[in-house]
Design a protein around this ligand. Structure first.
Ligand code: GCO
Length: 438
């Protein structure tokens, strides 16, 4: 059995959340609307038309939530700042909004929990969206100003910062596949928004170096293990291309100052414009990559698809999201990232959604314990293989608003009864508590 003491001394275990998914209090204390407020209020965009208006009511219950983490014995907590809460129009300061994060940070520090702050987890102020949002190149400067403000306000106490969470989702799910806010379906826009996200990231890193001298800053990407879904050589070829489309596209510019050439060529051949400016900003040196890992993705050659591939179903056991459970992929990707980029890594998200129910006051999520244990083992193997992994954050602390899936997917180690806002520690949380003491 794996034990905490098998991990390096300074290795930190935490949980992760995101503002729009947990905070609620959407109209309170001067918060402005974000693209997710507007999107989730449009009929048909989310499961049962659910929204983050109330979510887990964390805005009011943060003390209880911090106490829960303290009881479990967690070292760290990764949360995100709601940009429209601190800057309702994207640029003017809302003191009550910043007060909330000050209280949260103080509460965490008092509980002995290290805060890891994500600046952008998808809730763009709607006022900025109306100015073109991520399509507008000026967005990078708005983001820099917002980031600078947050570094000034919290940088004395918060030493671990993540600029963006999963720019792939913001750009490709939001602007190409239409599943996420703002719901556009245009590949050219996805390429422009990716670039502006990366520029925003780079400017924020630049400001971080001026504002926070004794901290670290990084970027979190969703890291997908891409494998061919059949044995045709063409499928092997597209698997390698898709790996670069989803993974290297979001890492290479930050480290090498360029997009992977093969992908630039593929897009250009389709008549798409790939923005190629500002790489010196984008590649401002960072301190770590955050890795969000959930599953592998199978792709096969598809001559009818404009980019030549389609997704395939695998036959491994699946989670409630329909994602295959594949711990080996975490090990493989950690090793790949190490070899290609040579940066320290944090696993900033990993976890599983399942059909959790309260029975006699208990939630027995044995499958989640197994999932976590197997992934912990792979992290340890990666460390033993020489990968510099510094921490692991479970997605998520508590059940929450799972974007287009509304409240239908439960990822938490803490169960939320959405009628009463009661928090119930699932068996996985009890297991984790034991593990952290071991
Ligand atoms: C993501 C986001 C989280 C999700 C989680 C489960 O990776 O999509 O960072 O906000 O809730 O990943 O899908």
């Amino acid at each position: 059995m794996i034990r905490r003491s098998d991990f390096p001394k300074n290795f930190c275990f935490g949980t992760a959340t995101a503002s729009y998914q947990i905070e609620g209090a959407a109209d309170e204390d001067g918060r402005g609307p974000s693209i997710w407020d507007v999107f989730s209020h449009m009929p048909g965009k989310t499961f049962n038309d659910e929204t983050g208006d109330i979510a887990c009511d964390h805005y009011h219950r943060y003390k209880e939530d911090v106490q829960i983490m303290k009881d479990i014995g967690l070292d760290a907590y990764r949360f995100s700042i709601s940009w429209p809460r601190v800057m309702p129009d994207g640029k003017s300061i809302n003191q009550k909004g910043i007060d909330f994060y000050n209280r949260l940070v103080d509460e965490l520090l008092e509980a002995g929990i290290t805060p890891f702050v994500t600046l952008y987890h998808w809730d763009l102020p709607y006022a900025l969206h109306e100015k073109g949002g991520w399509l507008n190149p000026d967005i990078a400067m708005y983001f820099r100003a917002y980031a600078t403000f947050m570094f000034d306000e919290l940088g004395d106490r918060v030493k671990h910062w993540i600029t963006l969470n999963e720019p792939w989702c913001s750009s490709f799910l939001g602007y190409f596949m239409g599943e996420h806010a703002p719901g556009h379906q245009n590949l050219q826009e996805a390429l422009i928004t990716t670039h502006n996200l990366l520029r925003a990231h780079g400017y924020a890193v630049q400001s971080f170096r001026e504002e926070v001298k004794d901290g670290e800053v990084g970027l979190t990407n969703v890291v997908m293990k891409i494998e061919p879904g059949d044995s045709r050589p063409e499928s092997f070829f597209v698997a390698s291309l898709v790996d670069k489309i989803v993974n290297a596209w979001f890492h290479d510019p930050v480290i090498f100052g360029s997009y992977p050439e093969e992908v630039v060529k593929t897009y250009s051949e389709k008549g798409l414009q790939v923005p190629l400016d500002d790489f010196s900003i984008i590649s401002n040196p960072i301190d770590f990559f955050g890795v969000n890992y959930y599953t592998r993705t199978l792709v096969v050659y598809d001559e009818n698809d404009p980019l030549g591939f389609s997704y395939a179903q695998g036959d491994l056991p699946k989670t409630d999201m329909g994602w295959e459970i594949y711990p080996q992929g975490l090990f493989d990707m950690l090793v790949n990232l190490k070899e290609r980029y040579r940066l320290p890594l944090y696993i900033t998200e990993n976890g599983i959604a399942g059909p959790d129910k309260v029975e006699n006051g208990r939630v027995s999520d044995t499958y989640r314990i197994e999932y976590l244990e197997k992934h912990f083992e792979k992290v340890l193997e990666a460390i033993e293989a020489g990968v510099d992994v510094r921490g692991y954050f479970i997605w998520s602390l508590m059940d929450n608003f799972e974007w287009a899936h509304g409240y239908s997917k439960r990822f938490g180690i803490v169960y939320i009864d959405y009628n009463t806002q009661k928090r119930i520690l699932k068996d996985s949380a009890m297991w984790l508590k034991e593990f952290l003491r071991s």
